[in-house]
Design a protein around this ligand. Structure first.
Ligand code: B12
Length: 301
């Protein structure tokens, strides 16, 4: 989304005066771009970052490409998972969209929205499916709605401001798009320059990507392991490649049982998206502390 807003539009969105907006731009609190005619414009992602960081109320959310907001509900995460599960099962995309974006606009971290709202809603859907209270088509439609919401969230993020590159994937046979896409959004929220390779990728192809792109980080999302011994062998081969390119390997996902993990070598395991966020922040700080000169030049991802 490349929408540009005038200071007047952003002022109207948050109920502030245009002169306050211009002053904040001059103070560098908001990054602007200039039109050919020399007028200031604010990318919608930047306006959203400002609103979230400054904890501002939004009076005209539509200007910021956001749904109508009920401010009484917006700041409370409780009950959202339950409401989201209901909305997903009823194929009420608008309601689902509003639940997630109200929380986002209210400044909730994407990692918390993922762990405490979306993942919890899908657990409910999984239980209902198991008890034959939800049909397969409802589960599939729910995934489609959630993926569209995730893609929109991604498009509203400020573009990454770091040269640090992270690649991510799921292994061949693992069709779970939601957690791997969430991981990407979380990493972008803390400034990593991400590239999601996709789902169901053979280990050898992932190794090729690591060899060619030499990322600082590789994240593997593991929600389904088709063959345990093949997985362990493939993973440990991948680690050899990653150690040659000095790539930190982070793993997570419901299928990584303790038994499997004890047989793997990796840099970090994260239980949740919030753990991933903390780990990625720390790794970024540490990597950026290493003087550029001593870092190996990287190929562009
Ligand atoms: C949606 C879904 C599917 C979809 C996924 C589609 C898609 N586009 O993503 C599809 C249709 C592929 C599917 C298929 C199957 N599924 Co399914 N599925 C689910 C469901 C309902 C939601 C999963 C999901 O995406 N959740 C959202 C994610 C974000 O939540 P999460 O996995 O809990 O992840 C959290 C943490 O684990 C962590 N995390 C996860 N990954 C990562 C990665 C990193 C890097 C990090 C840091 C953290 C992290 O953070 C997340 C947020 O807190 C679950 C129910 C449930 N309890 O989750 C069943 C469930 C996982 N499925 C199940 C089953 C049985 C299957 C099938 C075997 C069914 C079959 N007979 O074919 C197949 C296997 C598919 C395969 N080959 O991969 C069972 C698994 C039972 C078990 N004991 O293992 C479950 C639990 C349903 C149930 N109640 O029985 N499924």
């Amino acid at each position: 989304m490349n929408q540009l807003l005038s200071p007047k539009q952003v002022a109207a969105a948050i109920g502030a005066s245009e002169s306050s907006l211009k002053r904040w731009c001059d103070q560098g609190l908001l990054t602007t771009v200039k039109t050919a005619g020399g007028h200031r414009r604010i990318p919608v992602q930047e306006a959203l970052r400002f609103v979230r960081e400054q904890n501002l109320s939004v009076v005209e959310p539509r200007i910021l490409a956001m749904p109508a907001i009920d401010n009484r509900k917006a700041r409370r995460i409780e009950n959202c998972a339950e409401r989201l599960a209901e909305g997903l099962l009823a194929n009420n995309e608008q309601a689902c969209h509003a639940i997630v974006f109200e929380l986002f606009l209210a400044g909730q971290s994407v990692s918390q929205i993922f762990d405490e709202v979306i993942a919890v809603a899908f657990r409910t859907i999984g239980e209902k499916w198991e008890c034959h209270e939800a049909d397969v088509y409802q589960e599939r439609c729910s995934c489609q709605i959630a993926l569209r919401i995730l893609h929109e969230l991604r498009s509203l993020q400020t573009p990454p401001n770091s040269a640090l590159v992270a690649l991510g994937a799921t292994i061949e046979g693992d069709q779970y798009w939601l957690p791997v896409t969430m991981s990407e959004i979380v990493l972008r929220s803390v400034g990593w320059n991400t590239r999601l390779l996709g789902s169901s990728i053979p280990f050898d192809s992932i190794a090729n990507a690591i060899q060619q792109l030499e990322p600082e980080m590789f994240w593997l999302s593991v929600s389904f392991v088709p063959d345990e011994s093949a997985f362990i062998a493939g993973f440990n081969r991948l680690i050899e490649t990653a150690s040659k390119t000095n790539t930190t390997v982070v793993v997570g996902g419901r299928a990584l049982t303790t038994e499997i993990r004890t047989r793997l070598r990796y840099s970090a395991f994260c239980d949740t998206m919030q753990h991933l966020e903390e780990f990625a922040k720390t790794l970024r700080r540490q990597t950026e502390l290493v003087p550029q000169k001593t870092r190996k030049p990287r190929k562009k991802a």
